[in-house]
Design a protein around this ligand. Structure first.
Ligand code: PMP
Length: 322
C-alpha cells in the first residue's frame, strides 16, 4: 500500500520519513502549538471540503505569536500545504488535518531564547502537517454522558488558555482520561473560581428559555471556531441569540439543553451530567436544528456557506490519488 504523505521540514515526504530527534525542545517541554482541521468527503461531489481552514490558520498564527514562536508561512501558503497533503493522499473519506509549529532546537534548558554577543536569539521553530482519516470523535447517535472533571481548566495566568499550545493539552488529556476511566464520555472542566469553562476538547453551550448561553472568552476557554460558527448560525438561521456569560456547575443540571462543540466533536448533544439527566435526556430542538445545519454546511451541501468550505481536489479524485 502506498504510504501517506506529510509536510515536514519544508518538503512533502512519505510520513515514515517525517521524524524528529528525541532531543527536540518541543518533545521535552511541550513548546509547540497546533490546529485540528476537519475535511469532509462529499461523495456526490467527489470532493473533500476543508472547513474554515483559513480561520484555523489564523488561530495558529495567533497561538504562535502568543507563545513566542515564529511561523513564517503565510495563510495562503499554509492553506496550500493543507490542500496538497490531503490531495496527495487521495483520501475519499472524512479526514483530520494536523498542522504543528514547534521548537525544533535540540537543546536542554527551558528558555526559548539565548543571549549571544549582546543579542537575544530565539530557538529555531519548524512546521509540519499531516492528515489522517477520522470518523466521529464523540457519539452523535445518542446524547453523551459527561462528568465535572476534578481537573481544573488551566488558568490564563498559568498558560495562555486561548492558544492551542501542545503542552497545555496535558490538562485536557488528564480530564478526558479521568472521565473515560470513570465510565463517562467527556469531562467538563471548571475555572479556578468554579465556573464552567469547557470540555477537554470542546466548547460548551446550554439552552435556557430558548436562549443559548456559553461561557465568556475570559473563562479560560479556547476561542473555538465551531463556537463562533454556531453563534452565527443560531442568530442568522434560527433567530436564536447567544448570551456569553459565566455559567455555574449546577446550571448545567437544570438546563433545557446542553451540547458540546468543536472541530473533532462537531456538535454533540449531552444527555447526562454527573448522573443527572438533562431535560428528557434527548437532543433538544435547538441542538438538533444546529446539528442539521452544521453537518449540511461542513459537507458542502449549503451554497450559502460555500465560502467556509475549501475544495481539496482541483482535478479528478482518481487523478489525484495516483
Ligand atoms: N476547546 C478545546 C480545549 C479544544 O481543544 C477545542 C478543539 N480545537 C475546542 C475547544 C473547540 O475549538 P474548535 O471549534 O476551534 O475546534
Amino acid at each position: 500500500m502506498a504510504e501517506d504523505w506529510a509536510y515536514f521540514e519544508g518538503d512533502y515526504v512519505p510520513i515514515s520519513k517525517a521524524n524528529v530527534s528525541i532531543r527536540t525542545h518541543a518533545l521535552n517541554y511541550g513548546t509547540g502549538c497546533f490546529e485540528g482541521i476537519r475535511g469532509y468527503w462529499n461523495a456526490e461531489h467527489e470532493q473533500i471540503y476543508l472547513f474554515r481552514v483559513r480561520e484555523h490558520f489564523e488561530r495558529l498564527h495567533r497561538s504562535a505569536r502568543a507563545l513566542r514562536m515564529s511561523l513564517k508561512l503565510s495563510l495562503d501558503e499554509l492553506m496550500e500545504i493543507a490542500v496538497n497533503v490531503v490531495a496527495r493522499n487521495g483520501f475519499q473519506t472524512d479526514v483530520y488535518v494536523r498542522p504543528v509549529v514547534y521548537k525544533s532546537g535540540a537543546i536542554i534548558g527551558l528558555s526559548m531564547v539565548r543571549r549571544e554577543g549582546g543579542k537575544t536569539i530565539f530557538l529555531p521553530d519548524d512546521f509540519f502537517l499531516f492528515a489522517a482519516p477520522l470518523g466521529d470523535y464523540l457519539d452523535l447517535d445518542e446524547p453523551i454522558k459527561c462528568c465535572i472533571s476534578t481537573w481544573q481548566r488551566i488558568d490564563d495566568n498559568v498558560m495562555p488558555a486561548r492558544t492551542k499550545a501542545t503542552g497545555l493539552y496535558l490538562n485536557s488529556s488528564l480530564a478526558k482520561t479521568e472521565a473515560e476511566e470513570n465510565g463517562f464520555d467527556e469531562g467538563i472542566m471548571l475555572t479556578g473560581d468554579g465556573h464552567v469553562s469547557e470540555g477537554s476538547g470542546e466548547n460548551l453551550f446550554i439552552v435556557r428559555d430558548g436562549v443559548l448561553i456559553t461561557p465568556t472568552l475570559a473563562d479560560n476557554i479556547l476561542e473555538g471556531i465551531t463556537r463562533s460558527t454556531l453563534i452565527q448560525l443560531a442568530k442568522d438561521e434560527l433567530g436564536v441569540d447567544t448570551v456569553e456569560r459565566q455559567i455555574d456547575r449546577s446550571e448545567l443540571y437544570v438546563a433545557d439543553e446542553l451540547f458540546l462543540c468543536g472541530t473533532g466533536a462537531q456538535v454533540a448533544a449531552v444527555g447526562e451530567v454527573d448522573h443527572r439527566t438533562i431535560a428528557d435526556g434527548n437532543a433538544g430542538p435547538i441542538t438538533s436544528q444546529l446539528m442539521k445545519l452544521y453537518f449540511d454546511i461542513v459537507k458542502g451541501k449549503n451554497p450559502k456557506y460555500a465560502d467556509w468550505c475549501t475544495a481539496v481536489y482541483t482535478t479528478e479524485v482518481a487523478a489525484a490519488s495516483t
